[in-house]
Design a protein around this ligand. Structure first.
Ligand SMILES: [Zn+2]
Length: 224
């Protein structure tokens, strides 16, 4: 994923979050003013855009129903649990580095609920039990699959998808490639394919934005 905060990303977030108020140095943009947002985005420097994005972090963290529930049910103690990483060892430092950048509530959620599986670094393929169980016997409800090109920003992007995903129920399941294809065909046949694509575009926008917030929340990550 791109790691610069683009004008396009900020304008997309403005639309998505219905143009929230922003403070840019001594200059304030009032809420609900797309024209002021647009003008200021065009004049912004890369460093301005990072500062701007970080002001949207709290709203992005609670931008879906699943995320709101996770925030509300976050444990009070954020005792660190090691992430469950399966497959190729080379991915372990990448996952560990990404998890270390997360806000405590997100870190606690992802290490408890998600398994990371890695293939393509030192192995071409591998097989294992699909019963994904972490320390203490807790069954994982989500999985992030990493290929050899995965880096810290892309791991953060996938973690953002887990954070904003619906709360799993007893009947939740992973959608197969055949299932997704079938759904797309049905959407086209019934004329709601725009709605379908918009849902994915929105999810990608929010995942990119959250990943960049976490990447740039540390001083070393910010551009000059
Ligand atoms: Zn994505």
């Amino acid at each position: 994923m791109r790691t610069d905060v683009t004008r396009e990303l900020l304008l997309g977030l403005g639309r998505e979050l219905t143009w929230p108020a922003v403070q840019l140095g001594a200059f304030t943009i009032a809420p609900g003013d797309p024209k002021a947002w647009g003008g200021a985005v065009m004049r912004s420097t890369p460093a301005d855009r990072v500062a701007w994005l970080l002001q949207l972090h709290a709203e992005l963290l609670s931008s879906t129903e699943g995320a709101v529930c996770r925030l509300a049910s976050a444990p009070e103690d954020f005792a660190d649990v090691e992430p469950l990483v399966l497959g190729d060892l080379e991915a372990l430092p990448i996952v560990t580095a990404a998890v270390a950048l997360l806000p405590p509530q997100v870190r606690s959620h992802v290490v408890r609920e998600t398994a990371f599986a890695c293939v393509g670094y030192s192995s071409v393929a591998w097989s294992a039990s699909a019963q994904l169980v972490g320390v203490g016997g807790t069954r994982k409800t989500g999985m992030i699959m990493l290929g050899p090109e995965a880096d810290v920003p892309s791991v953060l992007h996938e973690i953002a998808h887990r954070w904003t995903s619906p709360i799993p129920t007893e009947v939740s399941q992973c959608i197969s490639v055949a299932g997704e294809l079938g759904l797309r065909r049905l959407a086209e046949a019934e004329g709601w394919d725009d709605q379908f694509e918009n849902h994915f575009d929105r999810a990608e926008l929010v995942a990119d934005a959250l990943a960049l917030c976490w990447l740039y929340s540390t001083p070393v990550g910010a551009p000059a």
